[in-house]
Design a protein around this ligand. Structure first.
Ligand SMILES: [Zn+2]
Length: 313
């Protein structure tokens, strides 16, 4: 009943307002080091809720309708950043079950092996065979972790210290942390080119997300140009079809990407780009800086309420 009322409310208020949801990973079972990422059961009820009470659309189609002022009420698009294998193995079957279109933005530099620096850090600190961590490369004293909570706290304390370093510097720091703690790397988490193609063949749109996932704001114009164009061209070569969408790594305007990067995206022949600025998009929005948000709520009613509240004037 409450869901029905929320649906009627947003039916009246959400015409020409596009909600774009961001996901990263969907785990088969909950990952205690990444508690905010949904598992299959959570993602299943979320997609069912979108199917029952919203109007899920392919993002390219939603943007075309939005530009024409013809986007239906309750429109929603589902997106994933980075290109994790579990997008194909766990999320895609659930998307297919509810016939929900989706877009996955792939950082192509990880498609031939290797994990992203933040995952490598989280998995290092989450490695249950280690309990004392040598952090001398970060000029920090060693830390002892006793349980999953202290592991999580340590990992999420270290991430901001590394995030805004140059991407090659980030890799060097993580390599050193692994060496100093004699730790083994975990298996590759990102899709390889064959898996990206397989996902595309199920109808999921593939978009570009740079090569190395750098903070574009900390790069030269030439580096930004190369990161943006090369990821698009590489995906087009793997997929043998045009790639029209782009997601800025980290995605906060100015802080993570400069306005000059928006121009580079336009010149690269991309049709649209998504940021991580919180909110909905309207026909007046910059189609090269569309807002997105992450519905983190763990109950269907709160999740629904947040979706509707975002669309209110
Ligand atoms: Zn990303």
């Amino acid at each position: 009943m409450l869901h029905w009322m929320l649906k009627q409310l947003s039916q009246l208020t959400s015409k020409n307002k596009l909600s774009i949801l961001i996901y990263h990973q969907v785990f088969a079972q909950k990952d205690p080091m990444r508690p905010s990422e949904p598992d299959a059961a959570e993602f299943d009820w979320q997609m069912k809720l979108l199917k029952d009470h919203f109007n899920p659309l392919p993002l390219s189609e939603a943007i075309t309708l939005l530009k024409m002022n013809r986007l239906p009420a309750n429109s929603v698009c589902v997106t994933f950043d980075d290109g994790y294998v579990n997008n194909l193995t766990v999320a895609q079957p659930i998307l297919a079950k509810y016939e929900i279109p989706a877009t996955v933005y792939v950082a192509t530099g990880f498609s031939q092996g290797g994990n992203m620096w933040n995952d490598r850090l989280i998995d290092l600190i989450g490695n249950s065979s280690l309990s004392e961590f040598n952090l001398s490369t970060l000029q920090l004293p060693s830390e002892n972790v006793t349980d999953i909570t202290s592991r999580r706290e340590l990992a999420y304390k270290l991430i901001p210290l590394i995030k805004y370093q140059d991407y090659q510097q980030r890799i060097a720091i993580i390599d050193q942390l692994y060496a100093d703690n004699q730790a083994d790397e975990v298996a590759n988490k990102m899709m390889n080119p064959a898996q990206i193609k397989q996902l595309a063949e199920t109808g999921v749109e593939i978009g570009a997300h740079t090569v190395d996932h750098p903070i574009l704001a900390s790069q030269s114009a030439e580096q930004q140009h190369q990161q943006i164009n090369q990821s698009k061209q590489q995906l087009e070569q793997w997929l043998q079809q045009p790639v029209v969408g782009f997601a800025y790594p980290n995605g906060k305007p100015v802080e993570d990407y400069p306005l000059s990067a928006v121009e580079i995206v336009k010149q690269a022949g991309l049709d649209y780009a998504v940021s991580t600025s919180w909110g909905i998009s309207t026909p007046q929005s910059d189609m090269f800086q569309l807002n997105r948000f992450t519905p983190w709520d763990k109950s269907p009613l709160k999740f629904h309420l947040r979706m509707v509240r975002n669309m209110l004037p």
